[in-house]
Write a protein that binds this ligand. Structure first.
Ligand code: RBF
Length: 161
């Protein structure tokens, strides 16, 4: 990190997933894309030393329901980090904006309330092409990004404690 030299104490989370437990909440809506995000997240966790048996996956009907399942998972106190995976695609109505702002707000609140990192693996796309680009093609895979953020934040959380 650029400014480490001047700091007395530096906290950083490593990308080592060994021994960490993860919860993943997936929306079934747009499962064609969400399943790619889940594949990416699992692959990233395992490639960073995590065990697939230490990952629990919960499915909800749509992205709007993701925060509810995350709260239930957080209450169990079993997880080092939770990932939210969903794909909201803009349609003829204003639904996407409402769902997206509500979910983003709730995820941030839940992470802060429970003191457990909750990461944002949500695709908010204007059209199918943008969703394709972000679920494993030219703009990467948002499930992988959410998994890496979850690993780093889980380790940071332990480091600061
Ligand atoms: N859920 C998603 O995860 N992605 C979507 O793109 C999406 N589009 C929706 C569009 C409309 C008009 C409605 C009513 C719901 C949509 N949902 C979507 C489902 C939503 O997240 C939720 O599951 C349902 O509204 C039931 O509470």
């Amino acid at each position: 990190m650029a400014n480490n030299k001047s700091a007395g104490t530096v906290f950083e989370g490593s990308l080592e997933a060994r021994g960490l437990k993860f919860g993943i909440v997936c929306a079934r809506f747009n499962d064609f894309f969400v399943s790619k995000l889940l594949d990416g997240a699992m692959d990233a966790i395992v490639r960073h030393g995590g065990d697939a048996n230490d990952v629990s996956v919960a499915y909800v009907p749509g992205s709007y329901e993701i925060p509810f399942a995350i709260k239930k998972m957080l209450r169990t106190e079993k997880y080092d980090a939770i990932l939210a995976l969903g794909v909201v695609i803009q349609g003829a109505t204003a639904h996407a904006g409402y769902i997206n702002s509500e979910v983003a707000k709730c995820l941030a609140q839940l992470g802060l309330e429970f003191g457990v990192p909750v990461t944002y693996g949500m695709i908010t796309a204007e059209n199918l092409e943008q969703a394709i680009e972000r679920s494993g093609t030219k703009a990467g895979n948002k499930g992988v990004d959410a998994a890496l953020a979850a690993i780093e934040m889980a380790n940071l959380n332990k480091a600061i404690r």
